[in-house]
Write a protein that binds this ligand. Structure first.
Ligand SMILES: [Mg+2]
Length: 280
């Protein structure tokens, strides 16, 4: 059944919490695939490189090779070849910058990485960091600090485009919420007075990336399955597909007044959604 509707599936709070599988989710993915549905994992996690996300899924029994798209990849799609990027973000963003043919010219948390890798890269490409930056990219990184905030906001004030992987204020863990990349972005935006171009769900760059990966323009028969109406629900609107909200991640309390919430089909978990789709 190659024409079965594509399923766009969030990871955190739907398939797993911090790589711990949510009950029934692995079998649910398997049953959707057996029924002919392409399942594409669409995550705002910008920190991990794609292979790490695929490997983590493989460890819980889900083969996800070429089936993961991240907010870092969506941010990378906004870069042009040769652009000099100052990054406040993690390995996933580094990978996206390199894949875009852009240049990682500086890191706002370089004290946490050592300067040598950056200097090596600059000498290879004959780029001088003191010529400034074309782009400031911001994503989740636990090494964020005041010095980094100063670097990032100054570079934007000096004319660099501000691109964010995503704007999620929080990130779910088994022990509760922690600040997400959106909280870091809020600090940078406040410090430089510039609104970022945001790549991840629910924004358009991620929707464009999903269409490109699936090779499908019209996704009106597709489903977006997610735990967050404010990102996954609005993303379904951006893509033009249906939204299935599951209750296994961040509860809808944080955005219960959201318009998207009232338009959702609500399921207890991914397993219940798959049961409805597969019809067993
Ligand atoms: Mg989620």
């Amino acid at each position: 059944m190659p024409s079965a509707a594509p399923i766009l599936c969030d990871l955190d709070g739907v398939v797993w919490l911090m790589h711990q599988p949510i009950a029934g989710s692995v079998n649910a993915i398997e049953s959707l695939r057996q029924a002919g549905h392409r399942v594409l994992f669409v995550t705002n996690n910008s920190f991990s490189i794609v292979a790490d996300q695929e490997n983590a899924l493989s460890k819980i029994g889900i083969d996800a090779h070429n089936d993961v798209v991240t907010s870092s990849q969506a941010a990378g799609s906004l870069l042009r070849k040769g652009e000099r990027v100052l990054l406040g973000g993690g390995p996933g963003a580094v990978e996206a910058i390199e894949n875009a043919g852009a240049i990682l010219s500086g890191r706002s948390d370089e004290h946490a990485h050592g300067d040598s890798a950056i200097h090596k890269m600059n000498s290879e490409t004959n780029q001088e960091t003191d010529q400034g930056f074309d782009v400031v990219m911001v994503g989740y990184h636990a090494t964020f600090d005041y010095r980094g905030l100063t670097m990032l906001s100054n570079a934007v004030r000096d004319g660099a485009r501000l691109i964010a992987t995503n704007d999620d204020a929080t990130y779910p863990t088994p022990h509760g919420l922690i600040p997400g990349g959106g909280s870091i972005l809020a600090a940078v935006s406040a410090a430089c007075g510039v609104e970022a171009i945001i790549a991840g769900k629910p924004h358009k760059p991620m929707a464009d990336l999903v269409r490109k990966v699936l090779g499908v323009d019209d996704l009106s028969n597709a489903w977006m399955v997610g735990d967050r109406p404010s990102t996954d629900g609005l993303f379904a609107q951006t893509v033009g597909c249906k939204f299935a909200q599951v209750l296994t991640g961040i509860s809808s309390v944080d955005d219960s007044s959201n318009v998207a919430n009232r338009q959702a089909d609500v399921f207890a978990d991914l397993a219940s959604f798959a049961k409805m789709i597969v019809g067993s």
